[in-house]
Design a protein around this ligand. Structure first.
Ligand SMILES: Cc1cc2nc3c(=O)[nH]c(=O)nc-3n(C[C@H](O)[C@H](O)[C@H](O)COP(=O)(O)OP(=O)(O)OC[C@H]3O[C@@H](n4cnc5c(N)ncnc54)[C@H](O)[C@@H]3O)c2cc1C
Length: 411
């Protein structure tokens, strides 16, 4: 291996979380050297992705005393969060309630809190990435940036062993945790002509939006977030969604808009600039400088600028397509016992694509409760003591009974 430095050691090792968070680390991260893969390097566990899920799983492996693991990240720590539109903030509020057995809703590791680190209730994506960076430095997690995992190949005849083809060479690992998220894999083709739109995930700031009027396709969090930011800039906005998420009576935050969004919506729409349209876009055409949005009622609407596509992501990418079975909604099927692929033993899934029964784990406070479940299974296979995971259970970070997850609110 040419350069054994990890992101943690390059940044100077252990420091107080709070102090680190106030440094402008982004520039440093962007300019760190790439870490080359050594020939025939072998690990017990490789985590793919240094986002909320990858860093959270890394903390569990560290607490279990697993020495031979690494986190491979194709860009830099918290890359997806850094690529959110600049104005986007976490919907879920942060508050340092850890002392009473309840972790901050946005924390991904025991005894840490973004509210404490950042002094923010609703951090921006860049700020949240600083929290992930601070954890990496403080706990010296072995993150290697600038390494894209291009293929995961189960080794023939060997149970639970993989060759990872990366942009820096091949490595071998006994276990793999897929924590590559969804944000960097937007679904740009949900209907004919959708590629003419601008996907929410490609917007760096709403200040760039040209024109006085916008059509937004998709009315859940990212669609309404778009509408709020454009209305705040004086634009007239039409939000299309046949499912009317803005009207839902669902109690599960994975299915309803957040209070943070309703609050912002009320403030942004005082002048009535946002119109909600309960129709689907079925096709888009571009002729004579006009984008024509065809609607599910048979009519069409002309608009001067590319509509904004806020219809979600597609995490079913080539690296994992054949390694998981997939359900009808396009999510990977994993065992309820340990979030392990049902068709590729030794490959685990962590992050917002996780689904079990009717439970949607798309928020951090949900999917973080499964990091230790994965760690438990790996530790058992490696014949390691799992007693440390009791801390996760008592800290509300170990969810093995999914019967508790039905969200029903009386009022
Ligand atoms: C706009 C938006 C707002 C959200 N707001 C909230 C919120 O308020 N609260 C909440 O709880 N959740 C929220 N979520 C949902 C969820 O928390 C985020 O999607 C979160 O980023 C998921 O974390 P992750 O680690 O699984 O994925 P990511 O943060 O996407 O991290 C994956 C990492 O993997 C890397 N990677 C990808 N492919 C490869 C590869 N082939 N090789 C190596 N590395 C790779 C990426 O560069 C990235 O750093 C929001 C999501 C979005 C899109």
């Amino acid at each position: 291996m040419k350069d054994k430095k990890t992101a943690a050691t390059r940044q100077g090792g252990s420091k107080a979380l709070q102090i680190d968070a106030f440094r402008d680390i982004h520039h440093q991260v962007m300019t760190t050297e790439r870490t080359n893969i050594g020939k025939n390097e072998t690990f017990d566990v490789v985590i793919i992705g240094a986002g909320a899920a990858g860093i959270g799983c890394g903390m569990v492996l560290r607490d279990l005393g697993i020495k031979r693991f690494t986190i491979l990240e194709k860009h830099e720590i918290g890359a997806s969060f850094r690529r959110w539109p600049a104005e986007t903030k976490l919907l879920t509020p942060s508050f340092t309630i850890n002392g009473f057995g309840m972790p901050d809703l946005n924390s991904i590791a025991l005894r840490t809190s973004p509210a404490y680190t950042l002094h923010k209730e609703h951090p921006s994506g860049k700020e949240y990435a600083q929290y992930l960076q601070a954890i990496t430095e403080h706990f010296q997690l072995p993150v290697r940036e600038g390494i894209n995992v291009e293929a995961i190949i189960p080794e023939n005849g060997r149970q639970s062993s993989f060759i990872l083809k990366t942009s820096e060479g091949d490595i071998r690992s006994r276990f793999v945790i897929w924590a590559a998220g969804e944000f960097q894999y937007p679904n740009k083709t949900p209907f004919a002509g959708a590629e003419l739109c601008r996907h929410y995930a490609t917007v760096s700031t709403w200040d760039d939006f040209e024109g006085e009027e916008a059509v937004v396709i998709g009315g859940y969090e990212s669609g309404v977030d778009t509408a709020i930011h454009l209305a705040n800039r004086g634009k007239e906005v039409y939000v299309l969604d046949p499912d009317r998420p803005w009207k839902t009576t669902e109690a599960d935050p994975s299915l309803a808009l957040s209070p943070f969004t309703f609050d912002r919506l009320r403030a942004a729409n005082q002048e009535g600039l946002i119109t909600f349209v309960p129709l689907a876009a079925t096709k888009i055409e571009h002729t004579d400088d006009v984008y024509r949005v065809h609607l599910s009622n048979g009519k069409s609407y002309p608009t001067a600028h590319p509509p904004i596509l806020a219809t979600g992501f597609n995490g079913r990418i080539p690296q994992i397509t054949d390694l998981f079975a997939w359900n009808d909604d396009g999510f990977p099927i994993v065992t309820e016992e340990s979030d392990e692929s049902t068709i590729t033993p030794g490959l685990f899934l962590s992050g917002p694509m996780l689904r079990h029964r009717n439970v949607i784990f798309c928020f951090i406070y949900k999917f973080r409760q499964r990091f230790a479940i994965i760690g438990h299974k790996i530790a058992q296979e490696l014949e390691l003591d799992t007693a440390v995971l009791e801390k996760y259970r008592s800290g509300q970070m170990y969810l093995d009974d999914l019967s508790c997850c039905d969200v029903n609110c009386a009022c």
